[in-house]
Design a protein around this ligand. Structure first.
Ligand SMILES: Cc1cc2nc3c(=O)[nH]c(=O)nc-3n(C[C@H](O)[C@H](O)[C@H](O)COP(=O)(O)OP(=O)(O)OC[C@H]3O[C@@H](n4cnc5c(N)ncnc54)[C@H](O)[C@@H]3O)c2cc1C
Length: 389
């Protein structure tokens, strides 16, 4: 084999996986089709390092979120990547929502989330005087970070451990060969040489929105496995600068019963900019067409300004000072969902069938995928080490 491990996808997960595998001493290639690393979902999200209180106890989301938060915080601090443990408050705007907070507290404690506690109306006022709520659940360990910076720092770590990090390198074919895979890579952009191939003992599919397309390329029936990804857009609206500093923590509502999102919340970035989001909007385009077409990658990240009305209605419940004209369309990201209804766990699967041996698939890595990135990488490292035993 030319190399031992090929990692497809240079988002937070692929970058952390490449660092992990290179750290195990494997000759590793990290392949990213865009012209730069972390241009996909990794740079289009709330940049929250989540506590871990939303997910069923024992699920991969719960485990990797709690473990990943510790790893990511430690990594950011040691690598000089922006990180701030600003904390988060989930607010009940009416008494009827308090039992939801109690349930989240119990779930969080069962999941091992540290320092969670319920706060009453008086304490909410003390902590966040500009918020209107009858009570809250405080998560002091929730943080915010420079997500793109973290992914790039993992890629640098991978490179320092000997990995080849390639951008503009799109995987267009995977062929099973004895003892591994033949990987065909086609460069993006004009005036570039034709594609090339290499052979690799292990292939890790960390292709985010395109992970089902990569699995299909390897010969997996994604429909049969229920791995077809359903994309949903999450839009954000910026809050006028005049309101900067009105809140000092992330402010979330009680999550909608559907389990498909956490509800429109107040995001803060490291520069103190406040935005609201993300909502949930169906995304209709077929990505596999986009990924294999000659036109290259053109995803629709536009934000419909009219959606601001529902943002305003949602947020006005706990931000009494907010006016509709304070909201300006800001950005959007796409979630790779395994189902459009309810909460579905991450898939991290090492293939053992002889037709697929050597392949590890990561599927449905939606939120809390940023937080979980380093823990997912450890898990992949463990699965790859198992291949040798
Ligand atoms: C609106 C929104 C808000 C979110 N908020 C949070 C949050 O606050 N906290 C949190 O923990 N998580 C959050 N998430 C989830 C988090 O952003 C993702 O789980 C995480 O970024 C996924 O990283 P990834 O590396 O799996 O995917 P990506 O970042 O999408 O990376 C995959 C990469 O693979 C590349 N690729 C695809 N196909 C190929 C190919 N054929 N060849 C080569 N490269 C290829 C793509 O170009 C892409 O760069 C949010 C997500 C969304 C959409």
């Amino acid at each position: 084999m030319d190399i031992e491990a090929t990692v497809i996808g240079g988002g937070i997960v692929g970058c952390a996986v490449a660092a992990e595998l290179a750290g195990q001493g494997l000759s590793t290639a990290l392949l990213e089709m865009e012209s730069g690393l972390a241009h996909g979902t990794t740079s289009r999200n709330s940049e929250v390092c989540h506590g871990g209180m939303y997910y069923p106890t024992g699920s991969l989301k719960a485990r990797f979120c709690v473990e990943g938060r510790h790893l990511l915080k430690g990594f950011c601090e040691s690598a000089g990547v922006g990180y701030r443990e600003c904390g988060k408050l989930i607010v009940a705007v009416e008494e009827a929502e308090i039992p939801h907070l109690e349930r989240l507290l119990a779930l969080g404690q069962a999941n091992g989330v540290e320092d969670l506690r319920l706060v009453d109306q008086a304490e909410v006022k003390k902590l966040e005087p500009q918020i209107s709520a009858v009570g809250g659940l405080l998560s002091p360990r929730t943080g915010i970070l420079d997500a793109e910076g973290a992914a790039k720092a993992y890629a640098r770590l991978a490179a320092s451990r000997g990995a080849q990090v390639m951008t503009g390198a799109r995987v267009t074919e995977l062929e099973k060969i004895k003892g591994g895979w033949q990987v065909t890579i086609t460069p993006l952009g004009e005036n570039r040489a034709e594609g090339w191939t290499h052979t690799s003992r292990v292939v890790v599919n960390a292709a985010g929105l395109w992970a089902d397309g990569i699995a299909a390329m390897a010969g997996i029936d994604v429909e049969a496995r229920q791995w077809k990804l359903h994309l949903t857009k999450g839009n954000y609206f910026a809050v006028a600068d005049a309101h900067a500093g009105r809140v000092s923590r992330l402010i979330y509502p009680v999550p909608p019963a559907s389990g498909t999102s956490l509800g429109v919340h107040v995001c803060l970035d490291l520069g103190g900019q406040m935005k609201l989001g993300p909502d949930l909007q169906k995304y209709d385009h077929d990505l596999r067409e986009v990924a294999t077409g000659a036109a290259g990658i053109a995803l629709d990240y536009s934000v419909d300004p009219d959606r601001g009305d529902s943002f305003f209605a949602d947020a006005k419940r706990f931000l009494p000072w907010l006016e509709r004209e304070d909201l300006v369309p800001a950005m959007s990201g796409l979630r790779p969902k395994l189902s459009t209804t309810g909460l579905v766990d991450f898939v991290v699967q090492r293939e053992t069938d002889s037709q697929l041996e050597g392949l590890v698939n990561l599927m449905g890595i939606e939120s809390p995928g940023l937080t979980s990135g380093p823990a997912l990488a450890r898990e992949v490292g463990r699965l790859v080490a198992e291949m040798d035993s």
